[in-house]
Design a protein around this ligand. Structure first.
Ligand code: PBG
Length: 337
């Protein structure tokens, strides 16, 4: 009976999936090396690359090795890097004083990279978490029960100007304080850095998946304590409309690009943001997303290469123009063939 069963179907979508060439012809989303931004961790001194246990394949690099890595990324067609410093804990304090040291680690790293690979776009985070002993992105109120929004924004403005002075192309406020994008824009303009752009971490969620990153920059010390909850500034993962509001506020205040973070768990947000603004949209495939794929692959439970590709493809398909990802270099190499 099933032998003779025939459907009278004028439309058979499988026709276009029949051969590899047909499938390639109708492929809607294509990844390219220029889609990626590589986050890189920098440390003081002339140390050997320091592995990060929860992020296999990612190392903290001294400035000399960082420059080497940037050359390789540039050669592979990755257009941009986002630099994160890991400070000696002895240099951290409650106010994040080192963030405003004009010769602080990340600024020296920026100058070295810009010197060696001037065409590479360099991005730096504007937030205090690598510099504060408590690991928060801002300074705390007198009662120590929250970050102090406006005072923090004042410090972020100074930080952004120092980064612009060091030569970054884009400053990336990742702190989620209210009003910081407008204030930073004004500070940059007033000091003559009208050409320095702002990539705003606009919809940054209070995610449990930042854990490996906090190991990487050493901001996890207070993790698990009441003090390290970032819930009063990072967004509630339950919220969707609020993301659009944050994005529109940042665009109004002068953000050149906006970001959704994390990426893979927030594809709906990426799509809505894509539809809500004409600005380029970036998405950050964060440390926990990376770690999950690496861990499952190591156990033999998932196919590393296919999951790497599919996870990035999904983020681009959702509407991201740019993806910050720890897979940037190897993915670019794969795409270059
Ligand atoms: C903090 C910052 C975080 C990340 C980038 N900048 C984490 C946090 O908010 O604690 C996370 C990136 C990642 O997990 O890969 N300003």
């Amino acid at each position: 009976m099933s032998q003779e069963f025939k459907l009278d179907l004028p439309i058979r979508p499988r026709r276009l999936r029949r051969t590899a060439s047909l499938r390639a012809m109708v492929e809607e989303t294509v990844l390219r090396p220029a889609d990626f931004i590589a986050p890189l961790f920098v440390v003081e001194g002339r140390s050997r690359p320091e592995p990060i246990a929860s992020m296999p394949g990612v190392n903290r690099l001294c400035i000399r090795d960082l420059v080497k890595e940037c050359r390789e990324l540039h050669r592979a067609g990755v257009p941009a890097v986002a630099l994160f410093p890991k400070l000696d804990p002895k240099l951290k304090d409650a106010e994040g004083t080192q963030a405003l040291n004009p010769d602080t680690l990340v600024l020296r790293a920026v100058r070295a990279v810009k010197d060696a690979v001037p065409e590479l776009t360099v991005i730096t985070d504007v937030a205090l978490d690598p510099y504060t002993s408590h690991g928060h992105d801002g300074v705390l109120t007198a009662a120590l029960d929250d970050v102090e929004n406006d005072r923090t924004v004042g410090l972020l403005c100074e930080m952004a100007v120092l980064q612009a002075e060091a030569g970054v192309d884009l400053v990336a406020p990742s702190d989620m304080m209210d009003g910081r994008v407008g204030a930073i824009r004004q500070a940059l303009d007033e000091t003559g850095y009208t050409g320095t752009g702002i990539l705003a971490y606009s919809a940054k969620y209070n995610s449990a998946y930042y854990g490996p990153f906090r190991d990487a920059v050493g901001s996890a010390k207070a993790a698990g304590t009441k003090l390290l909850s970032k819930a009063s500034y990072q967004m509630n993962p339950a919220n969707r409309r609020e993301a659009i509001e944050e994005v529109l506020l940042d665009v109004e205040q002068g953000a050149d690009m906006v970001m959704v973070k994390p990426a893979g768990l927030y594809l709906d947000i990426i799509r809505e943001v894509r539809d809500a603004t004409e600005r380029p949209v970036a998405a950050y495939q964060i440390s926990g997303e990376y770690a999950q794929i690496c861990a499952a692959a190591k156990l033999g439970w998932l196919d590393y290469e296919r999951c790497r590709h599919e996870s990035l493809l999904a983020i681009k398909r959702a509407g991201a123009d740019l993806i910050l990802t720890y897979f940037a270099k190897e993915m670019a190499k794969v795409l270059n063939g």
